[in-house]
Design a protein around this ligand. Structure first.
Ligand code: NAD
Ligand code: LMR
Length: 339
């Protein structure tokens, strides 16, 4: 009887252990002391699925970590020094690596104007991730996302560790904005407004598909379309030189990370639009495309088809594809010339 109870307890313990081992989730933020990095790290600290939070930046990460670590949730928070060994330690064992490192826009700039500065920042962080966290899900926030995602892919490919299922350009903010802007027009609760946004993350590459929402009448609403495509500019202008969206982006990044963790921990049917290595427009030379993606324990589980669109939306898609092709090629060429 005693032996049987002990055996049972052993089984229960080993089940409990394997469940908790599976649920141990280290999340790393590269650029953690920035405008996005700080509130994003705060939101990740509040997420009970995150058990280990690693914060890295070229300045201030240990300070931000000390501050956030006093919040009374269970996760361990560590700030790392801006050294190669600090970066490697921040990355080691990470399940998710979020990259908001890099400069933001000022009024009058396009996201592409950030390329010269951010391409090399992302390239170098990707090199470190390929070395120390080759199996992690890499979530690229740094702009221009349409080019920085291909940069990460090229770096991983060159090192033989590229897994297209684990690289994501974070376009969640476009979806968040579309949902909010529609709810303002329709006087509804934004949580009920699921607007599919496809393409990429800049200007005309951002394509909301209102025909697939519960408000197909919004197709052709030029003001709304412009607001979704240029919502980032609205914030850049309002901040008047002090940067771009940080707080809404932190929320969007935390939402995407949470979706990945839910999917990794076995939840089915977790779908987020995101910019991934995609078959959808490869025949037109576009290697990456944002569409609805079902997430799973291996990262990308299923890339959804675009589905039915109106003639007007098709024209928007055509414009997006032309721009995306150039943006993606620019990232690939950068790594070829600056490996
Ligand atoms: P920020 O200047 O406030 O913060 C950037 C942080 O990156 C700084 O703390 C800086 O020290 C750090 N950094 C720079 N080089 C680094 C390196 N080599 N390693 C580690 N950290 C480094 O800028 P922000 O407002 O947080 O924006 C960051 C990026 O995110 C920008 O490129 C911006 O355009 C982009 N962004 C993307 C989206 C999106 O939807 N994907 C939304 C908003 C902003
Ligand atoms: C956004 O959409 O807010 C970001 O990409 C930042 C920017 O430069 O607009």
């Amino acid at each position: 009887m005693f032996a049987a109870r002990r055996a049972l307890t052993g089984v229960a313990q080993s089940r409990a252990f394997s469940a908790s081992a599976r649920d141990l989730s280290k999340v790393t933020v590269l650029g953690a002391a920035g405008g996005i990095g700080q509130p994003l790290s705060l939101l990740l600290k509040l997420n009970p699925r995150v058990t280990d939070l690693a914060l890295y930046d070229i300045r201030l990460a240990p300070g931000v970590a000390a501050d956030i670590s006093h919040i009374n949730t269970k996760s361990k928070v560590t700030g790392y020094d801006p050294t190669p060994s600090g970066l490697a330690a921040a990355l080691k064992g990470a399940e998710i690596v979020l990259i908001p490192a890099g400069v933001p826009r000022k009024p009058g700039m396009t996201r592409d104007d950030l390329f010269n500065t951010n391409a090399s920042i992302v390239r170098d962080l990707a090199k470190a991730a390929a070395e120390s966290a080759p199996d992690a899900n890499i979530l690229v926030i740094s702009n221009p996302v349409n080019s920085t995602v291909p940069i990460v892919a090229e770096i991983f490919k060159a090192r033989g560790v590229y897994n297209p299922k684990r690289l994501f350009g974070v376009t969640t903010l476009d979806v968040v904005r579309a949902s909010r802007f529609v709810s303002e027009i329709k006087n509804t609760d934004p949580k009920d407004e699921n607007i599919t946004v496809v393409g990429g993350h800049s200007g005309v590459t951002i394509v909301p598909l209102f025909s697939q929402s519960s408000h197909p009448d919004l197709v052709g609403n030029a003001e709304l379309l412009n607001r979704v495509q240029f919502g980032g500019d609205e914030v850049v202008k309002a901040k008047d030189g002090a940067g771009s969206a940080t707080l809404s982006m932190a929320m969007a990044g935390a939402r995407f990370a949470e979706s990945l963790l839910r999917a990794a921990q076995g939840e089915k049917g977790v779908v987020e639009p995101t910019f991934v290595d995609s078959p959808l427009y490869k025949d037109q030379g576009v290697e990456f495309f944002a569409s609805k993606v079902e997430l799973g324990p291996n990262g990308v589980e299923k890339i959804h088809e675009i589905g039915k669109v109106t003639g007007e939306e098709q024209k928007l898609l055509d414009a997006a594809i032309a721009d995306l092709k150039k943006n993606i090629e620019k990232g690939v060429a950068f790594v070829a010339q600056n490996p």
